[in-house]
Design a protein. Structure first.
Length: 145
């Protein structure tokens, strides 16, 4: 034990107080600050990845050749983008977790249904498919147009 530590111990014994509670409070404040910082970092990452997914969906919408492949790109990729953006919003605003989870659940449930309905409508209207390898519905369904 060095001279400084022995002086602190003598001072504690003389005064009769302990600085442990002060050190404990300071460490709790630092832990809270660190958890808040980690939350913001996770929110920033979720925003960046969610925005990247949304941009990929937009690029797919512009670049892909026909309605069904465009629908695939926007339906799958944009859903992940919006979910990640909702997660980021819920991390930044902790009171919004309930609303975010409800919106995520509705998006996960409704997204595939809407994509299927749009794809089915596009097929029945006779919108042509570019480079179609096979057509499983050719014998079964009736086209409108």
């Amino acid at each position: 034990m060095n001279l400084h530590q022995s002086r602190i111990l003598r001072l504690r014994a003389h005064i009769g107080i302990s600085f442990d509670h002060v050190i404990e409070r300071a460490s709790l404040r630092m832990l809270k600050l660190n958890m808040e910082t980690i939350g913001y970092i996770l929110a920033i990452l979720a925003v960046l990845v969610g925005s990247a997914f949304s941009i990929i969906g937009i690029i797919g919408m512009v670049r892909l050749p026909d309605a069904l492949t465009r629908l695939h790109a926007t339906g799958k990729v944009s859903t992940f983008g919006v979910i990640l953006l909702l997660v980021a919003a819920a991390i930044v605003m902790p009171g919004a977790w309930g609303k975010a989870l409800v919106m995520i659940a509705l998006l996960v449930i409704a997204g595939p249904v809407v994509s299927h309905a749009l794809g089915s409508a596009a097929y029945r209207l006779g919108i042509p498919m570019k480079r179609a390898v096979r057509d499983d519905l050719a014998d079964v369904s009736e086209k409108v147009g």
